[in-house]
Design a binder for this molecule. Structure first.
Ligand SMILES: Nc1ncnc2c1ncn2[C@@H]1O[C@H](COP(=O)(O)OP(=O)(O)OP(=O)(O)O)[C@@H](O)[C@H]1O
Ligand SMILES: O=P(O)(O)OC[C@H]1O[C@H](OP(=O)(O)OP(=O)(O)O)[C@H](O)[C@@H]1O
Ligand SMILES: O=C(O)c1cccnc1
Length: 488
């Protein structure tokens, strides 16, 4: 049976290998070596042209409660062969790292750091799993939500996914990410309560089945609610559902706010057009048609192309499960480590696959926009001590195909990685959810449409500064050199 611990914590929400490595570092006396790790993903989710960063608030909640409780230590003692000295170190473990991160709602792109953790090697290692777990999911859902939002325009967009989400946590944090990405409201009441997201709800087929009659069901609902959206497809949308909704709306008059009807099956283009005619003819031109049923950005776009008269879209399964791409592949890689002489050395992970070669060193990502129109020119990754704001112009070139290049002047450069923790102390105030949502919206405004189209978008430039590029090449050559001279 599940064991519930009164002092349970999320600190053990990590892979066992992280704690195994911590034990090695501790036993070897190198657990406090200074290290830098960065989070990045290699492929854009959904082949989209941008991703919307989400998850920072939960990362902060996680970090602020990061300590090994008595039951955590007891469990490690009984389940693993860790030494008492190491367990004692864990008991006194305190988060003391520096974290810099993209802000929630900011646009992020492949092959650039979204978050950077700098601190003792053991600390950096412990938090990898939870950080990736949180960021991978929430960024994925915020991005999927933005894709869906991009096709609905000014129509209403409701999140209906809780029943299909991968369990409770995914529903809750997924709906928050969906709100950031552009959804207007959620059906999840608890998410509304804890995040301050607007909630919205119509009714289910069960209400109509209870009365076994559309009219009686709608009337019962209308007598007990002011705002009414009637689900009209339980028996026959055009012959029973909509006529019953109209009858109730007429009989109740000003006593209710007849917001519209919801359809949840059938050919939604055809049906919505006929429903629109019926509502208009009955004198309800402002009553809206809501639609739900396995919708996603493709179906919605297609329905719009067919002239469907739908103006509020309820989206569940395909949003909350990120149906067409169930995981974002963000990784957490060491980019720098203190050597035995207390000097930081930048590290690399080589691969035959050029895409998988990591970029060494502690970095900053600069979002470059043209001053004239505040539109994106690309992202420019530098070593942390470079500041392109001191330059008149910058030379931006593709990191693999260097002949693709441009010189940009009259630009603004904004650092994407913002300090969140400084040596364990939180230095960032978490913004309100509506501020984050607005930030996502405004960030998208600065992006050229070519990067925003949902099919085959242009690749957004993510370039390395010359200094960083040269640094990477030098490290690649020296590692190759070292490997070729090795004699085992
Ligand atoms: N005009 C349309 N063009 C394209 N797709 C549509 C159109 N109308 C409905 N759809 C989509 O087609 C799919 C139909 O699915 P499905 O056959 O499961 O629905 P249904 O049989 O009408 O309803 P139910 O959920 O009761 O089974 C849904 O994903 C729906 O969103
Ligand atoms: O289709 P989604 O995008 O996931 O949206 C949520 C769905 O949940 C509800 O019905 P439910 O699935 O419980 O039953 P139904 O499909 O039989 O109507 C609702 O009517 C939507 O169809
Ligand atoms: O309010 C609704 O209409 C709703 C909520 C959750 C799932 N399906 C529909």
């Amino acid at each position: 049976m599940t064991q519930i611990y009164p002092d349970d914590s999320l600190t053990l929400h990590t892979d066992a290998y992280q704690i195994n490595m911590m034990q090695t570092y501790w036993e070897q006396g190198i657990h406090n070596k200074h290290a830098v790790f960065e989070v990045f993903f290699r492929k854009m989710p959904f082949q989209n042209g941008y991703a919307i960063f989400a998850g920072l608030e939960r990362v902060v909640n996680y970090i602020n409660n990061l300590h090994f409780t008595d039951s955590d230590i007891a469990y490690l003692r009984e389940s693993q062969d860790y030494s008492e000295g190491f367990l004692d170190y864990l008991r006194h473990f305190k988060f003391d790292a520096t974290i810099r991160s993209a802000r929630e709602g900011d646009l992020v792109f492949n092959n650039e750091p979204l978050m950077q953790v700098e601190g003792s090697l053991a600390t950096c290692q412990l938090i990898e799993t939870a950080l990736l777990n949180i960021i991978n999911y929430q960024t994925l859902i915020a991005t999927k939500a933005a894709r869906i939002k991009s096709v609905v325009g000014d129509d209403g967009l409701l999140e209906f996914g809780t029943r299909r989400a991968q369990e409770l946590d995914a529903a809750i944090w997924g709906t928050r990410a969906a709100y950031i990405g552009g959804f207007d409201a959620t059906s999840n009441v608890r998410a509304g309560k804890i995040f301050g997201i607007p909630i919205s709800g119509t009714h289910a087929h069960a209400l109509v089945q209870t009365y076994r009659n559309d009219y009686q069901a709608f009337m019962a609902y209308a007598q007990t609610h002011h705002d009414c959206v009637f689900l009209v497809d339980t028996y026959d949308t055009l012959r029973s559902g909509v006529p019953s909704a109209i009858k109730v709306a007429k009989e109740m008059g000003d006593k209710i706010n007849f917001q519209g009807v919801r359809i949840d099956s059938g050919d939604m283009a055809y049906i919505s057009k006929r429903v629109r005619e019926q509502l208009d003819e009955a004198g309800f031109p402002d009553a809206k048609i809501y639609a739900s049923n396995d919708l996603d950005e493709k179906t919605i776009q297609n329905l719009k192309m067919q002239g469907a008269k739908i103006s509020v879209w309820g989206v569940g399964t395909k949003l909350i499960t990120a149906f067409d791409q169930p995981a974002l592949g963000a990784v957490y890689k060491m980019v720098s480590i203190e050597d035995d002489h207390h000097k930081m050395v930048d590290t690399i992970k080589l691969s035959n696959n050029a895409e998988k070669v990591s970029t060494p060193g502690r970095k900053q990502v600069w979002r470059i926009t043209k001053r004239a129109d505040a539109k994106s020119e690309g992202d420019y990754i530098t070593l942390y001590d470079e500041d392109p704001r001191n330059e008149e112009s910058i030379y931006m070139f593709h990191p693999s195909f260097t002949y693709i290049n441009k010189t940009v002047s009259d630009f603004d450069a904004r650092p994407v990685l913002t300090p969140i923790y400084d040596h364990g102390k939180q230095v960032y105030d978490l913004p309100a959810i509506d501020e984050i949502k607005q930030y996502a919206h405004d960030s998208l405004e600065s992006l050229w449409d070519e990067y925003k189209r949902d099919l085959n978008p242009q690749d957004y430039p993510v370039d390395l500064s010359q200094k960083l590029y040269d640094h990477k090449m030098n490290i690649i050559h020296s590692v190759r050199d070292w490997v070729s001279k090795k004699d085992y």
